[in-house]
Design a protein around this ligand. Structure first.
Ligand code: SF4
Length: 377
């Protein structure tokens, strides 16, 4: 087992398999429920756990520590952004998103420290990639929010969306392991159907998900349906053209039966033209999907702007007129930098040329639609 593994990244089944006869399945379930569900910081609090079993687990799998560095509640809407410190000093951001139904929340999680994709319109893209998150570091983001909601009586975590920092399909092994824990009844018991993995369009990752016949949802950030424009905004377009991404999304839909969510960040005067709407309609025809339009959010130093109401309405109405199932999404938390595309932590920000997207290891919360919006209500 990797030295950075922690108990919060384990399911009872994985634990049983690892420790064999040294740990009974009920003991494994009690340990995970104690640590993941109840946030226990020591195995001494686990009931009906033999001392030999406790010591065996303690010797190999510590309980991971993530600290809340900062908590910012929006003054404009009920969004909350958390800055979390990881054991190596890296800082990531996580956003608590309210759903329309009172008492239900979605947690927007990060999957990497920074992002390698280098999308031109995204704050996270300015950071470069530091490293992948371990499965337990992803689980901890959800657990911390769930614990706060429980303690305050505000509600519960209904779903999770991988739209924070990082491209989840470039850290897919750890993302899938984290999803196993989140959806395990002894873990966080989040229904896998309410977990959405959002990508800028990494075709092999989409195909891997399709082959798994998973119950999770897939989200894809389009940004533009026109090759030249998309390439200038999303460097990965050069490797995985959006037409191939949509074909992969079709395969995912055919094998999983799950509707694919397409997200589109509207940048006024850039990707809100009639030609863009027409290209988008052409791209999505014969593709069972839902398209969410969301305003791009201002980020200091980037040469873009949100759409005007007229641009937004015209773009929406043109798509709807061509039969595209399109909806508008609200992106909250702008005043705390929690809105889509705004996540970036100064402590891990590195100077890096824009547009230098690269593949290995990293990237991002589905393109620019980073956090602060959810298709789950
Ligand atoms: Fe990375 Fe997503 Fe930002 Fe692109 S939009 S740089 S993939 S976080």
């Amino acid at each position: 087992m990797h030295p950075t593994d922690r108990l919060q990244g384990e399911t009872p089944e994985r634990l049983s398999e690892r420790f064999g006869a040294a740990l009974t399945p009920p003991e494994a379930r009690r340990i995970i429920a104690h640590v993941v569900q109840r946030g226990g910081d020591s195995l001494l609090g686990v009931q009906q756990l033999r001392t030999t079993a406790r010591k065996a687990v303690e010797a190999e799998l510590p309980i991971g520590q993530v600290k809340v560095l900062d908590r910012q509640a929006s003054q404009e809407d009920p969004f909350v952004k958390f800055a979390l410190a990881l054991p190596d000093g890296a800082v990531i951001e996580t956003v608590r998103i309210p759903l329309e139904r009172k008492g239900r929340y979605v947690v927007c999680v990060s999957s990497q420290v920074g992002c390698a994709m280098g999308c031109a319109f995204c704050a996270t893209g300015t950071m470069g990639l530091s490293r992948n998150l371990e499965a337990w570091e992803i689980v901890e983001q959800v657990r911390l929010v769930a614990a706060e909601l429980r303690a305050s009586g505000e509600g519960r975590v209904h779903g999770v969306v991988f739209q924070g920092m990082g491209e989840p399909l470039h850290n897919l092994d750890n993302v899938l392991q984290a999803i196993e824990v989140m959806s395990n009844p002894c873990g966080l018991a989040v229904d896998a159907r309410n977990i959405t993995v959002c990508t800028v369009g990494i075709v092999p990752g989409i195909d891997r998900l399709a082959g798994m016949r998973t119950r999770i949802r897939l989200g894809i950030s389009i940004t533009s349906a026109q090759t030249a424009l998309r390439r200038s905004l999303v460097p990965m377009e050069g490797k995985y053209p959006i037409q191939e991404v949509v074909e992969a999304a079709k395969r995912f839909h055919e094998r999983s039966g799950r509707l694919v969510m397409f997200a589109y960040a509207l940048m006024g005067g850039v990707n809100t033209t009639d030609a863009e709407a027409d290209a988008l309609a052409e791209l999505l025809k014969r593709m069972p999907a839902r398209l969410s339009l969301i305003d791009w959010n201002p980020i200091a130093g980037l040469p873009y702007r949100p759409p005007t109401p007229e641009e937004r309405d015209r773009f929406h109405d043109r798509l709807a007129g061509m039969g595209v199932p399109v909806i508008r999404r609200y992106s909250g938390g702008k005043d705390i930098g929690a809105a889509c595309g705004q996540l970036a932590t100064e402590s891990t920000r590195k100077s890096r040329p824009r547009g230098a997207g690269r593949e290995p290891g990293a990237p991002a919360s589905e393109a620019g639609e980073t956090s602060a919006s959810s298709d789950q209500d």
